[in-house]
Ligand binder design. Structure first.
Ligand SMILES: Cc1ncc(COP(=O)(O)O)c(C=O)c1O
Length: 451
């Protein structure tokens, strides 16, 4: 083909792309227009995808480009998210569970001089999401389970010292439902005993403690981009850190255990220019860096399509966080009148939670159970959820795990039996919140008339 006809073809393709993307925006407005809300009939979700034409446009654009694997959207997503978090390194993965797996596996990496070894202990709360605990067990480490505090539902930081043994090498703390753990206490404890700290920030993107982003206090932070979370890529997650060394190992573990990291979208010999300068036992010939495996790894990478959607979601993140905070406070200000029977959420005055949800525990003084209340809410089309696994040792898959329990897990058992949460996500609006509050009022009204 001549240069001229090649140019014409490129121009035509560019014009067609513009036309397609304009149609996508039009499609969004028709297909995804907000539906009217009818109290008691329309479902009040606890979470969901909040998006506009920009997510669809980016997604379609990524398909038209058809790189599919990590590319220009992936690089932009890493840069934007890193800037938001104040983290030097962002390593996207395919889920929050994978982020937790990569984080723990990084601390067990063969090339990490101070690595965690099988049998080493990791302190973590008993009230948790299962795949915060699972990678500890999967890496043959021993979890040390600590109770949570009622109201903030985080690990009870006052019990850290009592949970310590010389075998403890790390602390893995989730910021439960977006509520920041008192990280000054965790960091001070970890420094005293020379421990690694990982923060599961899957529920807490944008939450701060002492003005600093959660996930940046410890060695590694993790995120989930499942639709329930602050931003969504469908599935997806990320590990983030300010340590170049840990980031390098996290990428190796995510990418099959492969040592080479500069070959993605660079010249055939990689950016470093040393692709064939490597030695391997058993061969005098140089070995291709792309096939040099220095760790026993996984493939937990995410795609450029996911990142394309993520880039558009990140533009909305400050607004999402603001709405989550507003919805939380509307619920709190109204529901505090029922504080004699409902344990409302508590948080540190040093924190600014970017709430994932609004947790409630039915107090023993109440003349109703969690089941009575959640059934009532669900019957009025308000979604409720339990606080993940409750005391995870009660879960069938976790009853027999090899672990150490520090102190008792009395609060974790209460969470198992009496805690639930409702939504604060940015897809809610004033009429939906009003319906939630009216429904609580009606519930308590009916309780009084039955008394
Ligand atoms: C605290 C916490 N950690 C980890 C995860 C797992 O994330 P994913 O669903 O993306 O695997 C979740 C999921 O909701 C979570 O809430």
């Amino acid at each position: 083909m001549s240069n001229e006809s090649e140019d014409r073809q490129t121009q035509k393709a560019a014009a067609l792309r513009e036309e397609i993307l304009a149609k996508v925006a039009e499609y969004y407005r028709l297909a995804h227009a907000a539906k009217p809300f009818t109290p008691g009939e329309s479902l009040v979700h606890y979470a969901g995808r909040v998006f506009d034409e920009n997510e669809l446009i980016n997604g379609v654009d990524a398909v038209l480009e058809f790189r599919l694997t990590h590319g220009r959207f992936g690089r932009e997503f890493e840069r934007k998210l890193g800037a938001f978090l104040g983290a030097r390194e962002v390593i996207p993965v395919n889920s929050g569970s994978s982020a937790n797996l990569v984080a723990i596996s990084t601390l067990c990496a063969r090339q990490l001089h101070n690595r965690l070894m099988p049998g080493d202990e990791v302190i973590t709360p008993a009230v948790t999401f299962p795949t915060t605990l699972a990678p500890i067990i999967q890496n043959r480490l021993v979890p040390v389970l600590v109770d949570c505090q009622l109201g903030n539902y985080n690990i009870d930081v006052e019990q850290l010292e009592a949970a310590y043994s010389p075998k403890v090498r790390a602390v893995f703390v989730p910021h439960t439902l977006g509520n920041p753990v008192e990280m000054d206490k965790v960091v001070e404890f970890a420094k005293r005993h020379d421990l690694f700290v990982i923060e599961d920030t899957c529920d807490a993107l944008g939450s701060t403690y002492d003005g600093k982003m959660c996930g940046t206090f410890g060695h590694l932070g993790t995120l989930s981009f499942y639709p329930a979370h602050h931003i969504t890529l469908g599935e997806g997650g990320a590990v983030y850190t300010n340590s170049r060394r840990l980031a390098r190992l996290a990428r190796v573990l995510r990418d099959w255990g492969r040592d080479c990291f500069c070959g993605y979208d660079n010249p055939p010999d990689g950016k470093c220019g040393h692709r064939f300068d490597w030695k391997i036992d058993g061969s005098d010939e140089p070995y291709d860096h792309r096939y040099l495996f220095t760790e026993i790894g996984y493939n937990l990478k995410s795609t450029d399509l996911q990142a394309a959607i993520g880039v558009a979601q990140l533009d909305k993140l400050p607004m999402f966080i603001e709405k989550r905070k507003q919805h939380f406070h509307l619920l709190y200000e109204h529901l505090k009148r029922y504080a004699d029977v409902l344990q409302l959420p508590t948080w540190s005055p040093r924190s600014e939670p970017s709430w994932f949800a609004f947790p409630i525990t039915v107090k023993p003084a109440a003349k109703f159970t969690r089941t009575t209340l959640t059934k009532y809410l669900e019957a009025h089309r308000i979604e409720t959820r339990f606080l993940f696994a409750g005391n995870i040792l009660s879960q069938p898959g976790y009853r027999q795990i090899d672990c150490r329990v520090a102190g008792d897990l009395a609060n974790s058992d209460i969470v198992l039996r009496r805690t639930f949460f409702i939504g604060v996500y940015p897809g809610l609006d004033a009429p939906q919140i009003e319906h939630v509050l009216n429904t609580f009022d009606k519930f308590f009204g009916s309780m009084r008339s039955n008394a």
